[in-house]
Design a protein around this ligand. Sequence first.
Ligand code: PLP
Length: 404
Amino acid sequence: MTLDWTTRFSARAAGMTASEIRELLKLLDRPDVVSFAGGIPDPELFPADAVANAYERVLTSNERKLAALQYSVSEGYGPLRAHLAEGAGVGVENVLVTNGSQQGLDFIGKLFVGPGDRVLVTSPTYLGALQAFSPYEPAYDVVAMDEEGPLPDALEARLAAKPRFFYLVPDFQNPTGITVSLARREAIVALCARHGVPIVEDAAYTRLRYDGQDLPSLLELDRARAAGEGGFDAAGNVLYLGTFSKTLVPALRVGWVVAPADPLRRLVLIKQASDLHTSTINQMVALEVAMTTLDRQIPRLRAVYRERRDAMLAALSRHMPAGVSWSRPEGGMFVWLTLPAAVDGARLLARCVEGARVAFVPGAAFFPDRSGTNTIRLSFSLAKPEVAAPAIGRLAEAVGALAQ
Ligand SMILES: Cc1ncc(COP(=O)(O)O)c(C=O)c1O
């Protein structure tokens, strides 16, 4: 008798579906399709030699080579934690190294969310965060955004329902490219503290700024607020997620969580139960490459991605029909398009992959309630201008045809 496995799966697993983004990434293998779908860094920009040299140095160092290959503590490699703590202006005890920031999202879901608990997210939000939280069976509340970020009045109304936390990506958001203004950051930090709702700040793209001024993180603003109330451990309200995936290489899988000591200690226990620790050698390599290469790497990434963003925005202006609007991100990897109401992003994609030979992500996937059917996300991180500009032209024609 064949076993019907679905009768054995937990309710949590039954709700899991394949990521539309992962499915779409398969399209990257088709050489005739220009893909604006995956939000991945351009591998041609990877500091591959620096990574190779760092592995070599670690594995030939008498002090480090055996430790590099051994089990290590769940909190993370001490010198890396110290480096990250210094960058964040917190103590070492406030930092946990994770297997990418995606693992931090999962652990935060595990720590805070039980079936039916409210979780507040922006609408739209990072699909991977929804996938990380959803197995813990939250009920999502959403707060709408404009070009300055979440709307404070809507936020305040949602905070009154006491969600477990408010998750947002304040810089060059995945998927919209929107950056939360300083005034909104201050309002969010004050409102969430007043309502006792922790903020989960996902800073995956923060270092990839192409114009404008760096803004203080929510963590920084919250630390300043908490300083007057006994300090970050006593009164801090932000859990901050960092990663080397977008600035160095994603394959090291080194990310980190910064949090007040109490939740941080719980996250360490979760880490221990989940995978014991992040690869020791990869943490050592990440630290080495961060110290030797990051300052050179970031201007390089900024120059290339800025040019690609500019080329995409110029092509959109040149080709898109009336009734289409889009974000003008100051950094990151994404431009967000709002199409005429009648144009369904998923239908457009099906048409484009075959006809226009262009791929992107339909926006509905980023809305917890699957609204936003007339939105799409374009990533410019792999978009070389000479290929991207004509592809945007073909996309615009397909939009025009569907809009009629
Ligand atoms: C907003 C955001 N957060 C987190 C991640 C996960 O990154 P990683 O696990 O590689 O650190 C991504 C990756 O695309 C992202 O876009």
